[in-house]
Design a protein around this ligand. Structure first.
Ligand code: KG4
Ligand code: ZN
Length: 339
């Protein structure tokens, strides 16, 4: 069979990325230009700044992606691009570049759901992994438990009712003065903290729902910090981080294991920026082992936003003939499974 080469483009948040992926699993290049340092001083992503930076970077990043892969535009079989969910101005930059290239080169365009991309990062990392499996997608914008029935068929089994897991990490990090993005900083600080020092709440819904809620946990952390400050007592940032992280990881892992049991699958996977969290990985490894489940997760660079995962997801849409026309628009609130 002829090799299928996909150019992937991602610009939904604060990473401008272009990648070339062969047959959905083999990464020939994955160029990621992060804007983290630009947004750091504001403590979060500023949409307008993100869009402007994407405009500057998108074509150089695409050219670098091709160059590093040793591929010319003619050798591409299709262009895969994130069209939602995400920041509308940011999405539009990658999407407009993808549409312009598709039109100029007369190549098929494949619109990709960002979460579908995160899930597909696992196909790159694990060449043998095939659906069905359950996957926890936890990032700055999402916390979803997804049943991946097939490469292009998804069922959301649970999701956050308020803050996303990554958002909670970022907000707590800011509150304890660690900076942005909070996830990796909390992960690091927690390593020397005591996870049992403070009993933060774990929200489990009584109706058996696999949904999450992190806003109560975030408030509990803020209340703890305020109380300590009012009493003039010192607190340990490391203990707060470790106790907060353990509370998040407990519910994420318990609900994912429950989802696998409901679906009768023995495969569980992680995806999204929070999947880079070291406690989440080790806890899930333990829980998966004790249930006899296989556990899959991508390496950190494939967990956070990148275009290789978008190209991988685009491949599975493309081989099923699912391409998009040039009227494809950015959909900031795109739901998984919608086209
Ligand atoms: O997937 P991603 O790059 O962007 C979105 O689609 O949102 O995820 C970024 C999120 C941020 O909230 C960041 O704090 C979190 O992932 N994150 C982590 C870790 N590394 C990144 N959270 C916990 N532990 C980590 N090691
Ligand atoms: Zn993401």
């Amino acid at each position: 069979m002829k090799d299928i080469i996909i150019l992937g483009i991602e610009s939904s948040c604060d990473e401008t990325s272009a990648a070339v992926v062969k047959n959905g699993r083999q990464v020939l290049s994955n160029v990621i230009s992060s804007q983290v340092s630009l947004h750091q001083k504001y403590g979060g992503v500023v949409p307008e700044i993100a869009s402007r930076k994407h405009v500057e970077l998108i074509m150089p990043v695409i050219h670098q992606g091709l160059e590093e892969a040793g591929i010319t535009f003619d050798q591409i079989d299709a262009i895969g691009v994130t069209y939602g969910p995400g920041l509308v101005g940011a999405l539009l930059v990658g999407l407009s570049a993808a549409k312009a290239l598709a039109f100029a080169l007369d190549k098929p365009l494949v619109g990709v759901h960002h979460i579908e991309g995160h899930i597909a990062a696992n196909y790159i990392e694990h060449s043998q992994l095939e659906p069905p499996f359950v996957c926890l997608v936890a990032s700055g914008g999402h916390s979803h438990i997804v049943y991946v029935e097939d490469y292009d068929r998804f069922e959301i089994m649970g999701k956050t009712r308020d803050d996303a897991a990554g958002e909670a990490f970022d907000k707590v990090a800011r509150a304890v003065g660690l900076g942005y993005p909070g996830g990796p900083l909390i992960d690091k600080a927690a390593k020397t903290g005591n996870s049992k020092a403070i009993a933060f709440p774990r929200v489990v819904f009584k109706d058996g729902s696999l949904d999450f809620s992190f806003s109560g946990l975030k408030t509990a952390v803020l209340n703890y910090l305020n109380t300590m400050e009012q009493k003039g007592e010192k607190y340990s940032v490391e203990d707060v981080c470790a106790s907060f992280q353990a509370a998040v990881v407990d519910v994420l892992t318990d609900n994912l294991i429950a989802a696998a049991q409901i679906k009768g699958t023995n495969k569980v996977a992680l995806a999204g920026g929070v999947a880079a969290n070291s406690l989440l990985r080790s806890e899930l490894l333990n829980k998966a082992k004790s249930h006899g489940f296989e556990f899959y997760y991508p390496k950190p660079v494939l967990c956070t936003d990148n275009a290789a995962m978008i190209a991988a997801a685009a491949y599975y849409e493309f081989i099923k003939g699912k391409t998009s026309d040039l009227y494809l628009n950015a959909v900031p609130g795109l739901k998984l499974g919608e086209r």
